[in-house]
Write a protein that binds this ligand. Structure first.
Ligand code: FES
Ligand SMILES: [Fe+2]
Length: 352
């Protein structure tokens, strides 16, 4: 596992809507510094956070009421389209424009496409309507992770780790003991695990008021390169749908700078949606579980970083979804690199 380069022709969760307002926010995405802000009409904008004059971060500048962004080093000013409209030192305006990124703001999430804008395709985004569906409630946020994106991706595509890493909350022996079904559809990878008549892990006992035995389903979908959606159903054994408790977890696995990753999360449920205590409990649990993952992945990152291409890995059956996920990202990266090469090499005329 050496994949440390980032796919750029893909959607990443760039920010939650409530993080972005009329102040400038810097966030590194796939090794690119990005400055997010809102224009006066509330549309969100993301530009490369490097001034075209001398590369000073624009996020250290100012945004005025008209939506003009000023670099606070030598005063270049840019309109809402990122075009330079003037500079204090001279009457004629410098020819300069900011690189702007394709964005989609939907259901409280801001998705960014850091690669070729021509390829940005909204249909590649997952359905996130549950984030604003009135019959659901959710909590969300972002956790910093000092580990490469691929390690987080493998963590989510192989949930057998719940048994060992999260034994006091969401894991128990049944998870690792139950095999998964894996599906591959183009670049997308899915897995499902059906645990029937098992002991309820503590999180589900408390969250759903259930006593063992329960049936627990996990359906994970990876939308490469950086989106993962987990559908969870828990029900008293034998009742199944529609009496089960439904939860969804969305993860935005967004590469930051170097081997750092933004670990965006949203945890939703479709029952007891007005129960604030339950929301608080679930949010605390979610963060506690994520911290266990962060601690593990940061320890793992050191081992990969100090052993590049060294020790061979051993794999087992439950790695299948994670291996498919790795392959999907590697294929996307190879496609992207080929396209870049083709763009650099002028096509020779067809030989006769
Ligand atoms: S670096 Fe921005 S104006 Fe000079
Ligand atoms: Fe985990």
């Amino acid at each position: 596992m050496t994949l440390t380069q980032h796919v750029r022709n893909g959607w990443y969760l760039g920010a939650w809507s409530d993080e972005i307002g009329r102040t400038l926010k810097q966030r590194w995405i796939t090794d690119i510094p990005v400055c997010f802000y809102r224009l006066p009409d509330q549309t969100v904008t993301a530009v490369e956070d490097r001034c075209p004059h001398r590369k000073y971060p624009l996020s250290l500048g100012h945004l005025d009421d008209e939506g003009t962004l000023q670099c606070d080093y030598h005063g270049y000013r840019f309109n809402g389209q990122g075009v330079c409209v003037g500079v204090a030192e001279q009457a004629d305006r410098p020819k300069a424009a900011l690189r702007r990124f394709p964005l989609v703001e939907r259901d409280g999430a801001i998705w960014i496409w850091p690669g070729d804008p021509e390829l940005a395709d909204e249909s590649l985004l997952p359905d996130t309507s549950w984030l604003t569906d009135p019959s659901w409630t959710h909590v969300h946020g972002v956790v910093p992770l000092k580990a490469r994106h691929m390690l987080l991706l493998e963590n989510l595509l192989d949930l057998t780790h719940e048994t060992f890493l999260h034994p006091t909350s969401i894991g128990n022996a049944a998870v690792a003991a139950t095999p998964i079904d894996v599906t591959v559809d183009g670049d997308r990878v899915g897995f499902s695990r059906r645990m029937i008549g098992i002991e309820a892990p503590p999180f589900y006992e408390k969250s759903c008021g259930l006593t063992s035995p329960v049936d627990r389903w996990q359906d994970g979908d990876f939308y490469p390169p950086g989106i993962f959606v987990l559908n969870i159903r828990v029900a008293a054994t034998g009742t199944e749908e529609p009496d089960g408790f439904h939860m969804k977890v969305l993860y935005g696995m967004t590469p930051g700078r170097g081997n750092e990753t933004h670990d965006f999360y949203a945890l939703g449920r479709d029952y007891l949606i007005d129960d604030q205590e339950l929301t608080k409990f679930q949010h605390e649990q979610q963060l506690a579980v994520m911290q266990e993952d962060v601690d593990a992945l940061e320890a793992q990152e050191i081992m990969y970083a100090t052993d590049p291409g060294g020790t061979a890995e051993s794999s087992i059956k439950s790695d299948l979804a994670a291996l498919r996920g790795r392959r999907a990202v590697a294929k996307m990266l190879a496609r992207e690199q080929r396209a870049q090469q083709d763009a650099r090499i002028p096509h020779s005329r067809a030989s006769v």
